[in-house]
Design a protein around this ligand. Structure first.
Ligand code: PMP
Length: 397
């Protein structure tokens, strides 16, 4: 029965990882993979996470199921982290949290919830967006469209975005990146978020905000600006949050689906529907990552340690952004690449063409995604000059 099944090409980024591993050039640089790297190229377990794990190892008393919504302590901790300590949404009991297997799991819960409870609604996502957004909503059977986000000259195409949002059919879903847009690195400023809020209100759209990089842009609260603005000003919002990056818990699959409803009763109604969606997908979420997060956020000392670690990761990324532009200066290209400093998060659309990316890989062993997306965290001060020289070389063509 399997005879007719064809092999499909693997994920492009996984192919890149394989090619990088095989490359014997000692100067090779990996700017492809979407994980944070420290100055030594490692993705270490955070110290706060290790400390929380030690406690859990001693104190955990059961491996019994935790229920479809997960651990309430985790849900409450994430609600405060995302919506803000003392948010009116929390006092009004308008927000529901459901622990999920990563941000991806939260997105899939959102997609299935939409398909069942908002039938016929299409979703609109930025072009470009994280490629898995396409797959997740296609798999859930939701009609998918895009709105412009990056211009041909590699800038944020906010006018194009607004023009497109203004024409979305009433009641459709609009997928927004809260911060650190993947893959481009172009984020909205406060005024632009206000304009997005206005158009969402005008067209009666349902925002679905993907919040996968809280703390990696300008700060934990700063990065939540758009999320909190929309959640506080609208009756209904869907938010997907991930602890993969800011807690470095990638493989522990730790995320959360947040639904904001008009009042407590409607919140409880939609919450009951999410429990069904979770049950049908995987029954109960995995426990470990969420237990680590609620341990950290619930303990003053661990929380302080974690806040510092998030600051360090963000600081390193933003320092590398400036360092990269400085390294382009001797090649007369600092101005051309100055936008890298304005972009936020791990990723940058560099504006390099497919051919230039290929030359960087073949001639210099510098690996990035063919769209020209680079993971800035893959850089280090040791390789900045080498990378700058290589980019200058391929930029002549
Ligand atoms: N959304 C975006 C935009 C992402 O880049 C990612 C991770 N690459 C996710 C969601 C999901 O992250 P995870 O499932 O690993 O928590």
């Amino acid at each position: 029965m399997f005879e007719h099944i064809e092999r499909v090409p693997g994920d492009a980024i996984l192919g890149l990882i394989e090619a990088f591993k095989k490359d014997t050039n000692p100067r090779k640089v990996d700017l492809g993979v979407g994980v944070y790297r420290d100055a030594h190229g490692n993705t270490p377990v955070l110290k706060s996470v290790k400390a929380a794990e030690e406690r859990l190892l001693e104190q955990e008393e059961t491996k019994s199921y935790i229920g479809s919504h997960g651990d309430p302590a985790y849900g409450n901790a994430i609600l405060s982290l995302v919506l803000g300590e003392g948010s009116p949404l929390l006092t009004d009991k308008r927000a529901s949290a459901t622990q999920s297997p990563g941000g991806t799991g939260a997105l899939r819960l959102a997609a299935d919830f939409i398909r069942t409870n908002l039938p016929g609604k299409a979703i609109w996502m930025s072009n470009p967006t994280w490629p898995n957004h396409h797959g997740i909503f296609d798999a859930a059977g939701i009609e998918r469209h895009s709105y412009p986000y990056v211009s041909a000259s590699n800038t944020l195409d906010f006018d194009g975005m607004m023009d497109s949002l203004g024409r979305i059919p009433e009641g459709d879903i609009v997928l927004l990146h809260a911060c650190c847009h993947n893959p481009s690195g172009f984020d909205l400023d406060k005024q632009q978020w206000q304009q997005v809020l206005n158009v969402v209100k005008q067209r009666n759209l349902m925002p679905l905000i993907d919040f996968a990089y809280q703390g990696f842009g300008d700060g934990l609260d700063e990065d939540a600006y758009g999320v909190r603005l929309l959640a506080e000003q609208l009756d209904e919002v869907i938010i997907t949050s991930s602890c993969s990056k800011n807690f470095g818990l990638y493989r522990e699959r730790t995320g959360c689906l947040i639904l904001v409803a008009k009042n407590e009763e409607q919140m409880n109604n939609v919450r009951s529907q999410v429990a069904i969606v979770a049950r049908e997908n995987y029954s109960n979420p995995p426990s470990h990552g969420a237990a680590v997060v609620s341990t950290i956020l619930g303990d003053e000392a661990l929380r302080g340690m974690w806040l510092e670690e998030v600051d360090d990761m963000r600081g390193r990324i933003n320092q590398l952004r400036s360092g990269f532009v400085d390294a382009m200066a001797p090649h007369g290209l600092a101005e051309k690449f100055d936008f890298i400093k304005q972009q936020r998060g791990m990723f940058s659309y560099t504006g390099l063409s497919r051919d230039q990316v290929e030359r960087l890989r073949n001639d210099y062993s510098i690996y990035m995604v063919s769209s020209g997306r680079a993971n800035v965290a893959g850089l280090s001060s040791d390789v900045l000059e080498y990378v700058a020289q290589a980019i200058a070389d391929v930029s002549d063509t």
